[in-house]
Design a protein around this ligand. Sequence first.
Ligand SMILES: NC(=O)c1ccc[n+]([C@@H]2O[C@H](COP(=O)([O-])OP(=O)(O)OC[C@H]3O[C@@H](n4cnc5c(N)ncnc54)[C@H](OP(=O)(O)O)[C@@H]3O)[C@@H](O)[C@H]2O)c1
Length: 293
Amino acid sequence: MMRLLVTGTNGQVAQALAERAGQFPEITVIVVGRPQLDLENIATVFPAIAEAGADLVVNAAAYTAVDKAEQEPQRAFAINRDGAAAVAAAAQTLGAPLIHLSTDYVFSGSKATAYVESDETGPLGVYGQSKLAGELAVRSANPSALIFRTSWVYSPFGSNFVKTMLRLAGERRVLRVVEDQVGSPTSALDLAEAILRIASCAGVGSGATFHVAGSGSVSWCGLARHVFEVSRLAGGPTAKVVPISTSEYPTPARRPANSRLDTSAFEACFGRSLPDWRLGVEATVRRIIAGVN
Ligand SMILES: NC(=O)c1ccc[n+]([C@@H]2O[C@H](COP(=O)([O-])OP(=O)(O)OC[C@H]3O[C@@H](n4cnc5c(N)ncnc54)[C@H](OP(=O)(O)O)[C@@H]3O)[C@@H](O)[C@H]2O)c1
């Protein structure tokens, strides 16, 4: 039996891993979060991971509040750089392979096509800067760590764009949604399944960075429209979606216009891609409407 430790109790990916583990009888997922494992209190990290006796560590805990990070850069860096480095060092000392999650927001978004792993980074805000610093710190503490950059994560758990759209549709008939930011929506459940398959079959420990995201791409506006199409058919809330530009929706943190991640290296290495983003959205929306969490 493989013991997979995932950091972060209520996180989307942590909950998705715990749920999808049901399909992998050979893997036990152990979710460890605050206060036992607090990335802001790095003295907690090694004892929490050592106590769990993990065969594999997935660092899914992070400071993910993109706008708030602009006001709290110290916290963002403490968690996303220093905390991540502590997890990486603990896994290294304990001899447990590590998968560390990172983000499309390490890029500036100015490239015309999808980003490959070797593209120059250039985060636009504190969150992306702290996650990029985390990648470097993880790599330095644990050279064999696998770093998976993902994007636009949604699920029935926690808070995410899909859940926000469905909630707002219950309150307003018209929603203005940004059209000039494009990315690859990623189902946390699909990502979790890919991680579990890799853990159970191929093994980890190659020390590489991969882009792992839902197949295909769409704008936030297109994503919202698809959410409501599915919701309407399932008897859930819908709203009219009006496309707007980023400049019409100012936020504290700037976001990349192009967040698309090229996942061909992941596919070549692991022999699988994540399903089309529409499929995950359909499953997630139906589940949220049915009230199953
Ligand atoms: N969400 C996205 O759209 C997105 C996009 C690209 C990449 N990513 C990356 O994917 C990974 C997983 O994201 P997610 O969507 O699952 O995140 P999430 O739902 O926002 O959850 C964040 C998790 O981090 C935990 N956490 C925050 N501060 C912590 C601390 N000081 N100590 C321990 N745990 C702490 C939270 O703990 P509690 O359970 O205690 O709240 C929560 O479990 C992250 O590395 C994120 O940067 C996410």
